[in-house]
Ligand binder design. Structure first.
Ligand code: BG6
Length: 456
């Protein structure tokens, strides 16, 4: 039996744009996802757009009951900026009513809400002004954060500012998976820098208001594993860590941007525009806790050719395909649970053993109806196995003193996934796309037992 610390959070994670639906109704204005789907629906798996998703806007009451039914004591979702402040300034009362009822219903069912402010869903009104490239986005985000803290602060005790800020930087400005789908390293760095400042500005507002509760940020993390001990590979791994791990984790927890990262950007003419006062904003305003999303390890090797100045991250490091890897063929991601132990020790040793939790971990599988029993239940033993393996390594890290306070799976009910639509299913509950009915999978019954026993 693996026992977890007292009051351990067992839960699931989801996001507003991937679950709410009613995407252009009840006062909500468009995000980049609504807009992109409108102009380029062919980019989206089976033309599945953000309009309906899992219909949580209408199903939230029964969903909160379902959370309790499978033993979840906590759940992370996000507020939609474009729903709460449709023009960035005016509060939408329908949104306030919806979120207050939703969060209250979670609490009524013994589920602690962890509420995130930005999950890749840039409001169109701000995108039209340049989105995160525009420095004005920092103040706009701070105003949104303050509004949310004031409106929901009596219900929410754990806030996070961003989910995986690196992802909207990379996907929007390097790899073309998110709107505006441009390829420009310099702009990507500026977007990342403004995102970091927006995070800091929100933390500042939170602390200034002497808000009850705690604030953190959710980062997608894996230690970087080098192909070999050769100097060139190790140096690439170091650069990968600087850009992918330390770029947000160091400033969030320690209040510093690594000197080596600044040097690397300077040498490659990639430094962002900086203003007086930024240094203090970054130095102060530290987080109370960290959420870490972990799905797959990052393995790198030295690139065969590197341009100077760099045009893409691949000029610093190349992906390394480990021949011995185990893979989830549906998502194409390596399965390497050992990394959770390495992450736990990294948090303990390099980040002052700050409280942290696994804010996402999970396995997306296509055509899950293949595993449906006569009773209609999806027998997702592969998912249970995946979570057990990861929890085993997390447990080892906790036993060695890492300050981890929870484990959230992605996700609660199968949800809509950006360009992948509903192809890969991750939920404890299956979603019927025609009726939006939810039915519990075997993993949902399993997590209930884990939560009740506080271990397995
Ligand atoms: C995380 C994101 O990176 O991974 C989620 O926070 C996302 O929004 C999840 O849905 C799973 O990835 P995907 O691309 O399979 O949906």
């Amino acid at each position: 039996m693996k026992n977890f610390p007292e009051n351990f959070l067992w839960g699931a994670a989801m996001s507003a744009p991937q679950t709410e639906g009613q995407s252009l109704n009840f006062g909500k204005t468009a995000t980049t996802w609504d807009y992109w789907f409108q102009i380029a629906p062919e980019k989206f798996h089976q033309n599945q757009g953000p309009a309906i998703t899992s219909g949580v806007y209408d199903h939230y009451l029964a969903d909160c009951q379902r959370m309790q039914e499978i033993g979840l004591n906590s759940l992370r979702t996000s507020i939609s900026w474009a729903r709460l402040l449709p023009d960035g300034k005016t509060v939408n009362q329908a949104a306030v009513d919806f979120y207050r009822q939703y969060f209250s219903a979670m609490l009524d069912h013994g589920v602690e809400p962890i509420i995130n402010l930005f999950h890749f869903d840039m409001p169109m009104w701000l995108m039209e002004q340049g989105g995160w490239e525009n420095r004005a986005s920092i103040e706009a985000f701070a105003f949104y954060a303050q509004t949310a803290f004031e409106l929901f602060g009596d219900l929410i005790k754990k806030w996070t500012t961003f989910n995986e800020p690196l992802v909207h930087v990379e996907c929007g400005y390097l790899y073309q998976y998110h709107y505006p789908a441009v390829v420009d390293f310099q702009r990507a760095i500026q977007v990342g820098y403004h995102t970091l400042l927006a995070h800091k500005a929100a933390v500042k507002v939170f602390k200034a208001a002497e808000q009850a509760g705690e604030i953190g940020i959710i980062l997608n993390i894996s230690p970087t594993y080098s192909k070999s001990e050769a100097q060139a590979d190790l140096s690439s791994a170091f650069h990968s860590d600087l850009l992918n791990t330390r770029s947000f984790l160091d400033p969030a927890v320690l209040g510093t941007i690594p000197d080596e990262l600044i040097t690397l950007l300077r040498e490659n003419q990639l430094l962002p525009e900086v203003e007086a006062g930024d240094h203090e904003l970054i130095k102060e305003n530290l987080v109370d806790f960290i959420g870490l999303n972990y799905y797959q390890p990052r393995r790198v090797q030295a690139p065969e050719e590197a341009r100077m100045p760099a045009q893409m991250p691949s000029d610093f490091y190349a992906a390394y395909d480990w021949p011995d890897k185990k893979i989830n063929p549906y998502r194409g991601w390596e399965i390497y649970p050992e990394a959770l132990y390495d992450v736990a020790i990294m948090m303990k040793e390099a980040y002052n053993n700050i409280p942290w939790y696994v804010s996402e971990n999970g396995m997306g599988v296509a055509e899950e109806e293949r595993f449906m029993k006569d009773s209609g239940e999806i027998e997702d033993d592969y998912r249970i196995e995946f979570m057990k393996e990861h929890l085993n390594y997390l447990h080892k890290g906790i036993l060695e003193g890492s300050n981890c306070f929870g484990y959230h799976a992605w996700t609660f009910v199968d949800c809509w996934s950006w360009l992948n639509g509903y192809r890969n299913r991750y939920g404890f509950y299956r979603l019927d796309l025609k009726t939006l009915e939810r039915s519990v999978k075997k993993s949902g019954r399993w997590i209930k037992a884990v939560s009740e026993n506080n271990g397995f």
